[in-house]
Design a protein around this ligand. Structure first.
Ligand SMILES: Cc1ncc(COP(=O)(O)O)c(C=O)c1O
Length: 392
């Protein structure tokens, strides 16, 4: 087994596809006009943006006019949460304890402005209870922000049941906006915001083999949204600033692949994840899987993210030791200063301290192979044994 580099940190970012790189370079070299310019160079660059917008829209089953390109997934999330207009009565927002910091920190900013924020708890697998959402909805709730796939443990939130709760509230006359952070679901699971009644949905190019620094927000027709960036009125007036034409071109190519083959991704990733998880749990005594059990029947388990703890060891040390063998993984999220160290997601799931501290995340993409997984299993077992001999 002579593999030297195995990249299993695809939820942090992915390697761009060769055709994405070609599209970015082509746009840089040949479509350098400003899409707002009236001359041919501007029109050509504008066409690149239009084509990419059509591809992203097709990958979500929505209209091109409903796509707003942003500077990252985080910016799409911020536009949704801080741009959603509360209306006359709105002063309450609901989110969950396991959201990405883009959501949690945008909600914290709303709080500073006097908006009340309810944070829904999760169960031991990281999943939200839709009935709890129903119980927390108030007459002044104007926004619900619930992610699709959790980035640390791969918990898939029950969007269909959540859609039913939100649909019932709307039927009862409540004026509610629903934002879904779908950054980790895009390209892995079926994603049709219209069918669910979602108003706002965030995605990011670099998680799906596209370029970094470009994301998109789906905005359903008639959603009351105000821009965060004022200026020349690009992106339907919702995100001013000259468009990142090369980044958008690359995003378009990645989206074309998702529209073409995205439905196959889960089928390709699931057996790899199963091989990885079963391999490590069998080879390493005491290792535990965090998050939903990963069998095919479990709809709560994402096909590409496996969070595994090695209690008694520290995640950071494991990450660096695995790197020494050419395997790239990550800990959950870095601890922020002044806060309790360790992942807020694992803590919200109620896991014990040694489980939280000893957790690492393996995240897969369609470029990974069975041989890479076997290499990772064998070397994880070897690294854990070495470290336990040292520290145990
Ligand atoms: C669930 C989730 N939301 C939002 C983001 C932010 O995306 P970006 O890195 O494009 O800002 C990430 C990135 O890790 C994520 O995993």
């Amino acid at each position: 087994m002579a593999i030297r580099e195995v990249y299993l940190d695809n939820s942090a970012t992915t390697r761009p596809l060769p055709e994405v790189v070609r599209a970015v370079v082509d746009a840089l070299e040949n479509n350098y006009g400003n899409p707002s310019s009236l001359h041919r160079k501007g029109v050509e660059a504008g066409r690149v943006v239009t084509r990419a917008r059509e591809a992203v829209a097709a990958s979500l089953g929505v209209a091109p006019a409903e796509i707003v390109f942003t500077g990252a997934g985080s910016e799409a999330v911020n536009l949704a949460i801080k741009g959603a207009r509360p209306g006359k009565r709105g002063r309450h927002v609901i989110t969950t304890a396991v959201e990405h910091h883009a959501v949690l920190n945008a909600c914290a900013q709303l709080k500073e402005q006097g908006i009340e924020v309810t944070v829904l708890p999760v169960d031991a697998a990281g999943v939200v209870d839709p009935e709890r959402l129903a119980a927390e909805l108030r007459d002044d709730t104007y926004l619900v922000s619930i992610m699709y796939v959790n980035n640390e443990v791969g918990a898939v939130q029950p969007l269909v049941e959540i859609a039913a709760v939100i649909g019932a509230a709307r039927k009862a006359g409540r004026r509610l906006l629903w934002h879904v952070d779908a950054v980790q679901a895009y390209g892995k699971l079926p994603l049709r915001p219209r069918e669910l009644g979602v108003d706002l949905l965030s995605i990011s190019a670099h998680k799906v083999h596209g370029p970094k620094g470009v994301g998109a927000l789906y905005v359903a027709p008639h959603t009351p949204l105000q821009p965060l960036v004022a200026g020349g009125g690009q992106e339907w007036g919702l995100r001013s600033g000259t468009e990142n034409v090369p980044g958008i071109a690359g995003f378009g190519v990645a989206a074309e692949m998702i529209a073409r083959e995205g439905h196959l991704a889960a089928d390709r990733l699931r057996p790899l994840k199963k091989r990885l998880v079963e391999g490590i749990l069998a080879a390493v005594p005491g290792a535990v899987l965090n998050g939903p059990a990963c069998d095919k029947e479990n709809p709560r388990c994402a096909p590409h993210i496996a969070n595994i703890s090695f209690p008694g060891l520290r995640g950071e040390i494991l990450v660096h030791s695995l790197e020494g063998r050419g395997i790239y993984v990550s800990t959950g999220s870095a601890c922020s200063s002044g806060k309790k160290p360790g992942s807020h997601v694992l803590q919200a799931m109620g896991l014990k301290e040694d489980v939280v501290e000893g957790a690492i995340r393996f995240s897969l993409s369609i470029t990974n192979t069975e041989e890479e997984i076997d290499y990772a299993v064998k070397n994880t077992a070897a690294v854990v044994e070495e470290l336990r001999a040292l520290y145990g």
